[in-house]
Design a binder for this molecule. Sequence first.
Ligand code: NAD
Ligand code: ZN
Length: 342
Amino acid sequence: MKALVKSAPGRGLTLTDVPLPTIGDLDVLIKVDRTGICGTDLHIYNWDAWAEKTIPTPLVIGHEFVGSIAEIGSAVEFLKLGDIVSGEGHLICGVCRNCLAGRRHLCKDTAGVGVTSPGAFAEFVALPATNVWKHAEGISLDVASIFDPFGNATHTALAFPLLGEDVLITGAGPIGCMAAAISKHAGARHVVVTDLNPQRLELAKTLGATRVVDVSDEKIPDIQRELGMTEGFDVGLEMSGNKHAFNDLIANMAHGGKIALLGIPEPGVAIDWNAVVFNSLTIQGIYGRKMYETWYQMTSMLQSGLDISAVITHHFDFPDFEKGFAAMNEGSCGKVILNWNL
Ligand code: NAD
Ligand code: ZN
């Protein structure tokens, strides 16, 4: 089968033929229909320091996908050929304290599809059946293919109650934009999104942000005054990984405010701990998605009118993968989809 492979340390990816994955009794083989390119894939493509210390080569990469079940392990009973599915990209150990207690998203030994084990940028991917999410009818294949990052946005945005609250989202990347849509859907009053990239701010507006802020020429306290806010934001969602954005968030929270932290800061970032202590802030780290509560919530939000489809800005067929990675490196895109069903 054709697959996008990090064949050796260094920049770029190779489109090449690899053997079809084999499956065990508890696994399924999925025919990949389309895939999303994640920021993680870009790190792997560009081969930064994180990729160098994390990615074994050769490796088929990619973890955001939708496809159909093509083969079923003999012990798998709840899936059938042709089912439309995506995969939870975190492979858990199943035996640690959290796994045994049903808190699978807190497994201490997670492996990553397309990061440390073979991924989905291929015509077929094999997964344990317990990592498969069967889509409800009516979910578009485009949206189904990005359930993984949509899940990051959902897990973060729904970490704290939003009804009637004022929400500040730092970072209008694809995940920040989806979080804006989710926050509105969940009943927030003002959803303010910051970034430095005008195209991404425009995308955040399209997805439902009530006010976007280019932090290179506007100050968040001025926006609060403009909106008639007097006490700061109730909920903050950090979705940039940028230290200035994180500090902007802390400085603009209401006393007792709640921050969900998805963005991955560089090591050693300093924050204003006095503001955290004296303003009684809560900071909750967020990793991945809840298995499978987040997946359920995504489905029911889509079924109750949430529309995130505008976050998808580019489609390419997989032989044109270089164009997809170029759009991602250029940074003016939302989600970039690669079609494998040619
Ligand atoms: P992205 O890199 O596409 O978007 C980040 C955005 O932040 C960019 O648009 C950038 O211009 C903006 N930004 C940079 N500096 C800023 C500043 N000072 N103020 C406001 N915005 C600023 O990322 P994404 O794919 O949308 O993901 C969001 C973040 O979540 C990333 O840091 C990513 O690594 C992280 N992530 C974490 C998990 C997890 O499980 N914790 C999973 C997926 C992604
Ligand atoms: Zn575990």
